[in-house]
Every structure is written in structure tokens, then in C-alpha cells.
Design a protein around this ligand. Structure first.
Ligand code: A3P
Ligand code: MG
Ligand code: MG
Length: 438
């Protein structure tokens, strides 16, 4: 009897131990055609200034005028070292500490977009005026929303957080009060989804914190101790390489003066809604700029936007293979996830002088990279991983954190519910929990 009870205890304990999710071999995700990612829908945007302060506007949006003839490589001479002494470097540690705050602030200011208007009464003789103007209609991406309603009697309170712009709370729709649910399965940043998609082909470790609140799972990437140390110990050379990427953005942005020091902390972010199979997603994404000849808001998709990249000049077949095998995989997933159709790459020499600029069509990348990586593997992995996350992150509690960890090179992801230890890393701010939801 004793043995039996031990056995059942063990079984119960095993049940409590959250299972692992295998990442590799990548081939296990390539056996079926991947589901399609619904064309990501633009639902709003915000800017961060040089002090990483949130603004509910487009002040940090840059415009990028380029020659779109994709068969051409344009010769240029952009010295990315200009005014390096005046550069305001990106504070990565600060960025990591921001967690999802800026995206959550945007949701707070736009919560009316997640509430659903009641079914319209049957039209009497003439059509009733709609509750939402066309540019403000809730953008659902096909997801059936709950029939819950914002509490219109509760007046807007001034925003308590970091001096954020409260303009939108003047908007009667924005001020329509708390909602009961976002009606989306996941809220996160695009960068995290990109890193997940690349995981079956990468050895890189990562840590994701997950919290379920009002039926939505929030995913927040954090740095491991090793990663933090790596960043703290970055050499001047590594820092310069990073700054070259941003300096190229300055060269490419209309009206920006490369003789001025560049502020790497400024960001323009779009917020998107999409769906992958059974997963509805809302995510923020920093984007580099828009082509002014195509940019004509309000826009539903990011077709007018451009992703900028730098790479070493390609002089050998091997260098081209590396570009296709590693860089294109990241460029493709990053752009695909937001529906940006073009990547403009500045090819630089060893001294940081861009010698040529070339435009790449994102849709053509997978074919060019056959044999190196497959979109089926990457999308199936993301789909199955998100399903696994749903099976693990079950407790609906804004203060409870689950930690999903991939150790560097590990074939598996582990999930651990942090229980009482959650408070040290809980990342849904009180102002978000209290202001957004009824
Ligand atoms: P490159 O793209 O030329 O590498 P993004 O391309 O995503 O818009 O990022 C702009 C630049 O920021 C990059 O230029 C790179 O220099 C730097 N960067 C992006 N992610 C980084 C990271 N995780 N660590 C360090 N630098 C990064
Ligand atoms: Mg960018
Ligand atoms: Mg870029």
C-alpha cells in the first residue's frame, strides 16, 4: 500500500512538473505546410523620444526616400563614423527594464479599440450614425470579440505614468472607460516573436516571462545574467558596430543631418493585430521609416514601410551564403511578422563606409535561402510553441509569472511557474491592471 501511495504521489508530482518543449531538430517542424499568418493589421502607433519618454504621436517617424528599382545597386559613400563622438548611444539596459510598459501604455490610451460596440439596433428608415468613425473602428483582425462594453459612465483620469501624452483621453471614445478583456490571446513585441521563429536554427538562449490576465497571455523577454554581462562587457569595437547600424538609419532618413550626433534612443513603433492559426496576437514593433511617396494614412498595413539593415560588403561566395543563411533569416522573419515588404541594406567596408545600397524584396528571401531555412519550420514552430505556452500558462493572475527558459544550445524550452517568487519579476504595472480593466 505504501509503495502504491508513493507511486501515486510521484505521478501527481510529475503532473505538477511542467513539461518541456523541444526546439530542435528543426526538421520536426517542417513536415507540414505552415498555417498562414493573417496579414498584420496596423491598429496604432506611438513614439519614444531621446529620453525614452512615451508620446502618443508620430514624432519619431522618419521618412526614407529611395530608388525602388530592385535590380539596381546604388553606389554611395556614407561614412558611418561621422560625428560618432556626438552620438547618444542606446541604453539597452534601460530598454530591457521597460518591459512591455510602452506597449501597455498604448493599450491603455486605446482601450476603446478593444471594446466591442453593441449590436446595432435594426435600422428604422435611415442608417444610424455609427458609434465609431471609420478610422477609429475597432480593428479586429477577424477575431470574434466579447460582447463586453466599456463603462461609459467612468470619466477619464489623467494618465499617471511618466508624463505620457493624455491627448487621446480627451477623445470621448478613448475615454470610454475600462474594458473587461482585450479579446486577444497574446500581447508582446515583434522582436520576441522573431527570436522565437529563428530558435529552431539558433543556439542562442533566451528567457521569456509570461503572465495571464483576463484571458490574455503577456510575453515579455528579459536578459539572462550571461547576456547582461555580455552587454556590460561590450568592447568599444562592438559598440561601434552597433552604432554604425543606427548611423546608416540617419543617412537614409530624409532631412536628417549625418554631421549631427545621432540619438539612438528615439523610436517609432507600430502596434499590430494578427492571427496565426488559433492564436490571436497584438504586438508592438519598432519600425525604421516609411517611403514618403507611398505613405498615406490611415493605412491598414505596413506596405509603405521600409526596414534598414547594414552588412559587410559581399566579396566572396561564402560571404553571400552567410548573408542568406543567417541575416536573411532574421530580416525575413522580422519584416514578415509586420508585413513590411522591403529591406534596404547598406553594404559597408571594414572601416564603416557604406559603399552601396540595395533593396531586397522580403517575399523573395525564402526562395533565395532554400536549403538554409524554411518558412514552414519557423511558422510551425511559432504556432506550436504558442499552443504549448497556452497549455502551461493557465492561472489567470496579473501578479503570477511563468518563466520560459531556453538555455544556450539546449534542445528544449522549460517552463516554470514562479509562484511566490513572481513578485520580483512581475511585469504588468498596477496602472495598467487598474486603469484598463473593469
Ligand atoms: P543593423 O540592422 O544594421 O544591424 P534594426 O535593424 O532592428 O532596425 O536595428 C537597428 C540597429 O540597431 C542594428 O543595425 C544594430 O546595429 C542595432 N541593434 C539592433 N538590435 C540590437 C541588439 N540586440 N544588440 C545590439 N545592437 C542591436
Ligand atoms: Mg529598427
Ligand atoms: Mg533596421
Amino acid at each position: 500500500k505504501h509503495v502504491l501511495s508513493e507511486d501515486s504521489n510521484e505521478k501527481a508530482a510529475k503532473k505538477r512538473v511542467l513539461p518541456t518543449f523541444p526546439i530542435i531538430p528543426s526538421s520536426r517542424f517542417g513536415t507540414t505546410t505552415a498555417p498562414t499568418l493573417r496579414h498584420p493589421l496596423f491598429i496604432g502607433d506611438f513614439s519614444l523620444d531621446g529620453d525614452r519618454k512615451f508620446h502618443h504621436d508620430r514624432r519619431s517617424l522618419g521618412f526614407i526616400s529611395i530608388d525602388w528599382d530592385q535590380s539596381q545597386t546604388k553606389k554611395v559613400e556614407y561614412d558611418l563614423n561621422i560625428a560618432m563622438d556626438k552620438v547618444k548611444r542606446k541604453d539597452y539596459q534601460r530598454c530591457v527594464r521597460e518591459n512591455l510598459d510602452n506597449l501597455l501604455m498604448w493599450i491603455l490610451l486605446n482601450r476603446y479599440k478593444f471594446a466591442v460596440s453593441p449590436p446595432p439596433p435594426p435600422p428604422p428608415t435611415a442608417p444610424m450614425p455609427s458609434q465609431h468613425s471609420s478610422s477609429q473602428a475597432p480593428q479586429q483582425g477577424g477575431q470574434p470579440h466579447s460582447s463586453s462594453h466599456g463603462d461609459a459612465t467612468k470619466s477619464a483620469r489623467p494618465n499617471p505614468v511618466r508624463g505620457a501624452s493624455v491627448d487621446s483621453l480627451q477623445n470621448p471614445l478613448a475615454a470610454s472607460g475600462p474594458i473587461t478583456s482585450l479579446s486577444t490571446d497574446f500581447v508582446t513585441y515583434r522582436g520576441l516573436l522573431r527570436d522565437l521563429m529563428c530558435s529552431p536554427y539558433q543556439k542562442e538562449g533566451w528567457i521569456i516571462l509570461a503572465t495571464k490576465f483576463r484571458r490574455t497571455i503577456y510575453l515579455c523577454g528579459i536578459d539572462s545574467v550571461e547576456k547582461q554581462l555580455e552587454k556590460e562587457n561590450e568592447t568599444e569595437n562592438q559598440k561601434r558596430l552597433c552604432s554604425w547600424g543606427f548611423k546608416f538609419e540617419q543617412f537614409m532618413t530624409d532631412g536628417a543631418d549625418p554631421n549631427e550626433g545621432h540619438d539612438e534612443n528615439k523610436e517609432y513603433c507600430c502596434v499590430l493585430r494578427s492571427r496565426l492559426a488559433s492564436h490571436s496576437l497584438v504586438y508592438g514593433a519598432e519600425v525604421d521609416g516609411a517611403d514618403p511617396t507611398r505613405y498615406n494614412p490611415p493605412h491598414g498595413h505596413l506596405t509603405p514601410f521600409v526596414e534598414l539593415k547594414t552588412n559587410k560588403e559581399i566579396t566572396t561566395k561564402r560571404a553571400r551564403q552567410i548573408l542568406h543563411k543567417f541575416k536573411f533569416q532574421k530580416w525575413w522573419s522580422q519584416s514578415f511578422l509586420v508585413g513590411i515588404p522591403r529591406v534596404v541594406c547598406g553594404f559597408r567596408d571594414d572601416f564603416g563606409v557604406v559603399r552601396s545600397v540595395q533593396t531586397f524584396a522580403v517575399s523573395a528571401m525564402p526562395n533565395q535561402c532554400q536549403g538554409y531555412w524554411s518558412t514552414d519550420v519557423m511558422i510551425n514552430f511559432l504556432d506550436q510553441f504558442l499552443s504549448w505556452v497556452k497549455s502551461q500558462v493557465v492561472e489567470d493572475d496579473p501578479n503570477l509569472v511563468y518563466q520560459l527558459t531556453r538555455q544556450p544550445g539546449s534542445p528544449n524550452v522549460h517552463c516554470q511557474c514562479l509562484g511566490e517568487n513572481s513578485s520580483a519579476v512581475a511585469f504588468l504595472p498596477h496602472w495598467y491592471i487598474n486603469e484598463v480593466f473593469a
